[in-house]
Design a protein around this ligand. Structure first.
Ligand code: PLP
Length: 394
């Protein structure tokens, strides 16, 4: 389908039918074990996308006060919002308390003390889970690994006893349980089995049940197939949850929560871009697109690879370096990408851009904000919303 006539490129194109199918499969797979999913809104906060996610009854995982306010504004119930992040400001904590979110995922002893103080000042109770850094290798890119000693996230087990003691003595902290998140784009299920083993050990070592815990939150991280998105449009949620159920050994009554981001939204989005120029380099040919790292930062941030298709041509293929227009040498979508003969004016679709693309958009080089469009019941749709409609409150 030529979705570009009369529409300014670059733009994000979301297949809402695939989004709904993905959400339905995730909901059913989780439902078999009575697991709870919070959508990690950092992956994509496009209001049309989050509106549909809310329809499926998921909660939200936030990492900033603005994300909390955006989730509330989109109608997600406060009692399904969890809030992580190593640097929550006092204002953000206050605002989350005012709005009675379900749970803070607390990342340090000092943060725990600050939440305790602010809750006391406000005469509120703060429901908290302690985010533990479990020392589990996620086998993913080092910039999206979060559960190792070298990472800034979570509380090291050596400080857990002190944190639990503070929870026990505080009048204002309502300890709900433990939180973990070991990284993102994890393509083997083995790290999740290892995570469960660590959770089992930590639960026992610190006698978490004696603290009146009701939840464990295992975070997100389930990867998607960037090489073959058409062949793997929906991640295998069932196998993921099966591995958790097989390996997690904590009391039956503990609710198990997840924070899935990428796996819910990555495959439903593409970045549509026009070829502005081609040029000969030494031993290579460049294709210069009107989208750049400003619309899709993942390749320049952590050498991520996205499948690229030329939707204007087919036939014999050549190798091209596909690059953006931004004034940075790292503004490269792919080197030696196999494409049919590609010329100025051709339209390229960069696949798997539903997660961490639009939400990471930059204004660097004073670039214009790319818009988003939708395929809904197979039809091209423009659902207008304004940037100012996004929350920007704290
Ligand atoms: C605390 C936390 N939870 C959940 C996620 C979502 O991860 P993913 O998109 O890989 O599922 C992230 C992402 O970095 C995160 O930091």
């Amino acid at each position: 389908m030529d979705t570009t006539s009369g529409i300014k490129t670059p733009y994000y194109l979301y297949d809402l039918d695939l989004l709904r199918q993905t959400l339905e499969e995730a909901r059913q797979a989780a439902g078999r074990y009575d697991y709870h999913i919070h959508y990690a809104i950092k992956a994509n906060h496009n209001p049309i996308v989050t509106g549909i996610i809310n329809d499926y009854g998921f909660g939200v995982d936030c990492v900033s006060g603005n994300e909390v306010m955006e989730a509330l504004h989109r109608g997600f119930p406060a009692e399904k919002i969890v809030y992580a992040g190593v640097g929550k400001s006092d204002d953000e904590i206050r605002q989350a308390l005012e709005n009675d979110i379900f749970c803070f995922n607390v990342e340090s002893l000092e943060e725990l003390q600050v939440i305790d103080e602010i809750a006391s000042e406000m005469k509120k109770t703060a429901r908290i889970a302690l985010r533990v850094n479990p020392g589990v290798q996620a086998h993913t890119h080092k910039y999206i690994t979060t559960g190792l000693d070298e990472n800034k996230f979570g509380i090291h087990p050596s400080q857990m006893q002190e944190a639990l003691d503070l929870c026990r003595t505080s009048q204002r902290l309502d300890f709900r349980g433990l939180h973990f998140h070991i990284g993102s784009q994890i393509t083997s299920l083995q790290p999740f089995a290892e995570l469960c083993n660590r959770v089992n050990e930590i639960w026992k070592e610190f006698d978490i049940s004696s603290m009146g815990a009701t939840i464990v939150n295992l975070g997100g991280g389930l990867g998607v197939n960037y090489e073959d998105p058409e062949g793997n449009p929906v991640p295998d949620f069932q196998s993921f949850f099966d591995v958790i159920a097989e390996n997690l050994r904590i009391p039956q009554h503990i609710q198990v929560h997840f924070e899935l981001g990428r796996s819910l939204v990555a495959q439903c989005g593409s970045l549509i871009t026009r070829v502005m120029y081609t040029k000969k380099g030494v031993d290579k040919e460049f294709v210069i697109t009107d989208a750049g790292m400003t619309e899709l930062m993942r390749p320049s941030l952590y050498q991520a690879k996205h499948k690229i298709e030329n939707t204007s041509n087919a036939g014999e293929t050549f190798l091209y370096d596909v690059v953006g227009p931004v004034c940075e040498s790292s503004d490269v979508f792919g080197k030696a990408v196999e494409l049919p003969v590609t010329r100025r004016g051709h339209i390229l679709a960069i696949k798997s851009c539903g997660a961490y693309a639009e939400s990471m958009m930059l204004r660097y080089n004073m670039r214009a904000r790319a818009r988003s469009y939708f395929l809904d019941s197979g039809e091209f749709a423009k659902y207008d919303f304004l940037e100012k409609d996004l929350r920007n409150v704290v």
